[in-house]
Ligand binder design. Structure first.
Ligand SMILES: C[S@@+](CC[C@H](N)C(=O)[O-])C[C@H]1O[C@@H](n2cnc3c(N)ncnc32)[C@H](O)[C@@H]1O
Length: 328
């Protein structure tokens, strides 16, 4: 189709495209074309293009946008992606099936579509799934440069926590000793080891620990990571006074494990304590529980509080970053 475009030498192509994009002038429905050392960048409003650009009119191919589920459905469905799995949360089975069909027919690289069939439950925090498409619930998920293989029917995993995990990872120094008490398949523990830390990771779900070991191999950190399948309370005796940093990602029940955390905390230890609480007092219960468990042996300083995500109406998943400093 005929379109107005800015012609520049190839070397100035990307910087010019960026300048035009910053001014919201790049047309999205037509392809950028490279020809004979020149780049032709289509624009939406030729009159708004500054005089110092060369404006020409020429034939450019229409851009074919990959077809998304919403293009097929005519509405924006809600879903999450984890590797080649798409996760739905639909109450109506007909609507779930309709979305699953659209996902498969779209350009998304998807092998499996799952619909949540229960809340996360029990000690291992795994949920039931309705498998709408595909026959495997195992996938490989990539997050901030690390790779995690996991089976959603066997282990807990939430892609929604990626930003929070990255925040914690970025705080870790290479010479630290990190204890991940509820490690799952390793989305905190493995990036910590990749940062250079020495890591101990425990989980009561043996399958999660098997995946964690495979993930340690995939990410090249087996030497720095000790993984233990079992109740964390049974191993804390071996790591007394050990940790510079502790990750406690077991919201709802973390309070019950504070005595174990205090046992493994070193002289100066940062605890990332995850909790789910009502919006009226999201951090108070966690802070009180930590003080109760740690004082007076440790001075307790709440260094940071943050809402990780909204969990349910009026309930938040929160994190308290708490420094424990031993008092002699
Ligand atoms: C909310 S998941 C978090 C997993 C992982 N940290 C993540 O972000 O994906 C909590 C994990 O704690 C484990 N868990 C529950 N009770 C435990 C215990 N007493 N000792 C060790 N792990 C436990 C569960 O099996 C589950 O994998």
């Amino acid at each position: 189709m005929d379109a107005y475009c800015v012609r520049v030498d190839r070397e100035r192509g990307e910087s010019t495209r960026q300048e035009l994009a910053d001014a919201d002038l790049v047309a999205e429905d037509v392809e950028i074309v490279v020809e004979d050392g020149s780049i032709f960048i289509p624009v939406v409003d030729p009159a708004a293009v500054p005089d110092d650009y060369e404006l020409v009119e020429r034939d450019l191919p229409e851009r074919v946008r990959p077809e998304m589920p919403s293009d097929i459905l005519g509405y924006e469905p809600s879903y999450e992606r984890l590797g080649d799995v798409v996760i739905l949360d639909e109450d109506n089975p007909d609507r779930a099936a309709e979305i699953a069909d659209a996902v498969v027919d779209s350009a998304l690289p998807v092998e499996t579509v799952l619909d949540r069939a229960s809340k996360i439950k029990g000690e291992t925090r795994v949920r039931d799934w309705n498998v709408l498409v595909g026959d495997s619930t195992e996938t490989v998920h990539r997050e901030y440069g690390c790779e995690f293989v996991l089976d959603l029917a066997e282990v807990y995993f939430s892609p929604r926590l990626a930003t929070e995990r990255h925040r914690v990872t970025e705080l870790i120094d290479p010479d630290e000793r990190v204890f991940d008490m509820f490690a799952g398949v390793g989305p905190f523990a493995i990036p910590a080891a990749v940062r250079g830390a020495t890591v101990v990771a425990t989980d009561i779900n043996e399958t999660a620990i098997e995946y964690l070991r495979e993930n340690a191999e995939r990410n090249g950190v087996t030497d720095q990571l000790t993984s233990i399948a079992g109740d964390v309370r049974e191993v804390t005796g071996d790591y007394e006074d050990w940790a510079d940093r502790i990750v406690m990602n077991l919201p709802h029940s973390a309070e019950e494990f504070l005595d174990a955390a205090i046992q493994i905390a070193g002289e100066d230890c940062l605890v990332h304590y995850y909790d789910i609480q009502h919006e009226d007092d999201p951090y108070g219960p966690g802070e009180r529980a930590i003080r109760e468990a740690a004082e007076p042996s440790y001075e307790v300083t709440i260094e940071n509080t943050r809402t990780v995500r909204s969990y349910a109406p009026h309930e938040f998943n929160v994190c308290l970053d708490v420094r424990l400093t031993r008092q002699d």
